[in-house]
Write a protein of this length. Structure first.
Length: 141
C-alpha cells in the first residue's frame, strides 16, 4: 500500500511517497536517525567544530614551548526536520546518538545533548524548524 504525504515547509513543498517498508522522504536523500530509529527527513544541516587548546611553557617559563590540542565539541544544527510521526520525544532526549544519513555516507554524532529547538505544527504533522545539539564525538560511516 502506498501513501502520499505533502508538507509545505516555508517556501518548499516536500512530497513523500511511502510504502510499507519505507516511511521516509527521499527528498535530497537526507534523513536522520536518533538512537538507531529513523525519525524524519531534513532540508539541511550545519556543523560547527570547536577545539580547545592548551599552551605549555618551557622549563624557565620565558618562551611558549608548544600548543596542545584539548577537547573537541561539535555543534550540529538541523534545519526543517520533517517528522514522519512522533516516535521520539525530543524534549526528553539525553545522551543520545544522532546519525545524518546522506546518499554517499553517514555522519554519526554520539554523547549528544540538545541545546535549542524551534517547533511548528499543523494537523498534517510536526516540523522542527531548527534543532541544535552539542556532541562530543563524530565519525563517518
Amino acid at each position: 500500500m502506498w501513501t502520499l504525504k505533502i508538507y509545505i515547509i516555508g517556501r518548499d513543498i516536500v512530497i513523500q511517497l511511502l510504502d510499507d517498508t519505507s516511511a521516509f522522504s527521499a527528498v535530497k536523500g537526507l534523513y536522520i536517525e536518533i538512537n538507531g530509529v529513523k525519525v524524519g527527513a531534513i532540508k539541511s544541516y550545519n556543523i560547527k567544530t570547536i577545539c580547545s587548546t592548551k599552551h605549555s611553557d618551557t622549563l624557565w617559563g620565558n618562551d611558549l614551548a608548544q600548543t596542545v590540542k584539548g577537547n573537541t565539541r561539535y555543534i550540529v544544527s538541523l534545519t526543517k526536520l520533517c517528522l514522519v510521526n512522533n516516535i521520539i520525544d525530543f524534549y526528553n532526549l539525553k545522551n543520545f546518538t544522532l546519525k545524518i544519513v546522506k546518499p554517499v555516507e553517514s555522519l554519526v554524532f554520539c554523547c549528544c545533548e540538545w541545546t535549542n529547538m524551534e517547533e511548528s505544527g499543523s494537523l498534517e504533522g510536526v516540523v522542527l524548524e531548527e534543532f541544535t545539539l552539542v556532541s562530543l564525538c563524530r565519525t563517518k560511516e
